[in-house]
Design a protein around this ligand. Structure first.
Ligand SMILES: Cc1ncc(COP(=O)(O)O)c(C=O)c1O
Length: 401
C-alpha cells in the first residue's frame, strides 16, 4: 500500500476550524449556540464591490490571468500602501495570493529551507506553527504573557535575533490578542531589527485598518525605511472589507521575493479569478465608509466584552486596540468544578468544552495560539448575541466551585 508523504504526518487541520465545526454541529442539532470562535468580520462589502464584480462578469475574458495579479489590482494596492505611509513601491514589488494564508505559506516556501528557523511571538496565529511544521522549519517562540500585555519587548527581540533566525514574523494588530503596538513601541522594535541584518522580516499586518482610538497603525518601515530590502508586508482584503471568502491577499516585498512568490503562483494557482480581482480593486480604491463604520462598531463591541470580563473575579484581559478579538487570561478557573454539570476544569480546553456544553458559547482555547492560560473571543456577532454570550460566560464563571 503506498503511503502519504511524510510531511502529512506533520500537517494538522486548523484548531480554530475544529471548534467552529463543533459549534455548527450543535447548532444543527437544535442547540442554542453563540459562536465567538471563528475570526470572521461578519459584514458584507459595499455595493460598489458587487457592482465591480458584475461589471467584470459582463466583460469576462475567459482567459488565464497574470501570476502576479492584474495591473488594476496592483495599482490599487500601491495606492493603499502610499496611504499607509509606504510610498515608492512599484508593481514589481507586489504579488497577489489566495488570501494572506496562501501568501504566508508561499513566503515560507520561498524563504525557509528545512531546518531553518522562523521566530515569532507567542500568542501567535495558529497557522504560523502549522506552516513551519509542514515545511520542517524550526520555530523560535518568544513568549509574551498577559503580564507584558502580550507584546514583544525590544530586549526579547534583540536576544532572539542574535540567534540569527532566517525569518522574523511579526503580527500587528494581533490575532488572537487584539493588541496594537504604539508608534514608540514599533520604533523601538524596528531599531532592534535594524541591528540584525541576517534575518528576513515578514510583517503580517492584515488588520492594519482595523485599529481603534488614536493609537494608529505603525510599521517598522516608517522609522527604518532601509529595512525594505529584507521586509515583506502582508495584507489581505478578508477582514478589512468583509471579504474572507473572496480570498485575496497581497504582499509588498523586495523584487526578488515578490518574483519568487510569482513563480510559486505560476506553479500553484496561475492567477486569482478576474471577477475577484475586479471586486478587490473596487474594495481597495472605492469608498472606505463600510470599513470606517465597522471600526467604530468593533470598538464599541470591544468595550462591551471588556466590561463583561471585568465583572468576572480573577479574569484578566489586556485591552485590545484593534482587530476583533479579546484574549482573556481565564486560568482562575483551573482546579475548579462547574457546579451544575460536575465538569472538572483543569485547562483552557476544559473551559472551552464546558462553556460550549453547558452554556452553548463557543470560544477557541488559548493553547491553539500557544497560550494555555487564555481563550479567544471573536466578537463580531450581533450586539444582542454578544451581550447574551458574555452574560452566559459570566454565569459560567459564577457557577464554578
Ligand atoms: C493574523 C492573520 N494572518 C493571516 C490570516 C489569513 O487571512 P486570509 O483570509 O487573507 O487568508 C488571518 C486570518 O484569520 C490572520 O488572523
Amino acid at each position: 500500500m503506498p503511503q502519504l508523504a511524510k510531511r502529512m504526518g506533520r500537517a494538522k487541520p486548523s484548531a480554530i476550524m475544529a471548534v467552529a465545526e463543533k459549534a455548527k454541529k450543535l447548532k444543527a442539532e437544535g442547540r442554542d449556540i453563540i459562536s465567538f470562535s471563528i475570526g470572521v468580520p461578519n459584514f458584507l462589502p459595499g455595493e460598489h464591490v458587487y457592482a465591480a464584480a458584475r461589471e467584470a462578469l459582463s466583460h469576462d475574458s475567459g482567459q488565464y490571468g497574470s501570476n502576479r495579479g492584474s495591473d488594476a489590482l496592483l495599482d490599487a494596492f500601491l495606492k493603499h500602501l502610499e496611504g499607509s505611509g509606504l510610498p515608492g513601491y512599484t508593481r514589481r514589488n507586489l504579488c497577489v495570493g489566495v488570501g494572506a494564508k496562501h501568501l504566508l505559506y508561499n513566503l515560507a516556501e520561498a524563504l525557509l529551507d528545512a531546518g531553518d528557523t522562523i521566530a515569532f511571538a507567542t500568542p501567535y496565529w495558529t497557522t504560523y506553527v502549522d506552516i513551519a511544521d509542514i515545511l520542517e522549519a524550526k520555530t523560535l517562540l518568544l513568549p509574551c504573557p498577559p503580564e507584558q500585555n502580550y507584546k514583544l519587548t525590544p530586549a526579547q527581540l534583540d536576544a532572539a535575533l542574535a540567534q540569527k533566525p532566517k525569518v522574523f514574523l511579526f503580527n500587528n494588530p494581533s490575532n488572537p490578542t487584539g493588541m496594537v503596538y504604539s508608534k514608540a513601541e514599533i520604533e523601538a522594535l524596528a531599531a532592534v531589527v535594524a541591528k540584525h541584518p541576517d534575518t528576513w522580516v515578514v510583517l503580517d499586518d492584515i488588520y492594519n485598518r482595523l485599529v481603534f482610538g488614536d493609537i494608529g497603525y505603525h510599521n517598522f518601515l516608517h522609522s527604518q525605511p532601509q529595512l525594505r530590502e529584507r521586509t515583506i508586508v502582508v495584507d489581505s482584503l478578508s477582514k478589512t472589507y468583509g471579504m474572507p471568502g473572496w480570498r485575496v491577499g497581497l504582499i509588498a516585498a523586495p523584487e526578488s521575493v515578490a518574483q519568487a512568490v510569482v513563480t510559486l503562483n505560476s506553479n500553484h494557482i496561475t492567477n486569482i479569478p478576474e471577477v475577484v480581482s475586479a471586486a478587490a480593486t473596487a474594495a481597495l480604491s472605492g469608498p472606505q465608509d463600510v470599513t470606517t463604520g465597522k471600526v467604530a462598531e468593533f470598538a464599541a463591541k470591544r468595550d462591551l466584552v471588556l466590561d463583561a470580563l471585568a465583572k468576572i473575579p480573577g479574569v484578566v484581559c489586556p485591552r485590545p486596540e484593534g482587530a476583533f478579538y479579546a484574549f482573556p487570561d481565564i486560568s482562575v478557573a483551573f482546579g475548579k468544578t462547574h457546579a451544575g454539570s460536575g465538569i472538572a476544569i483543569d485547562s483552557d480546553v476544559d473551559v472551552c468544552n464546558a462553556l460550549l456544553e453547558v452554556k452553548g458559547v463557543a470560544c477557541v482555547p488559548g493553547s491553539a495560539f500557544g497560550e494555555p492560560r487564555a481563550l479567544r473571543i471573536s466578537y463580531t456577532c450581533s450586539t444582542p448575541q454578544l451581550t447574551d454570550g458574555m452574560a452566559r460566560i459570566q454565569q459560567f464563571f459564577a457557577e464554578l466551585v
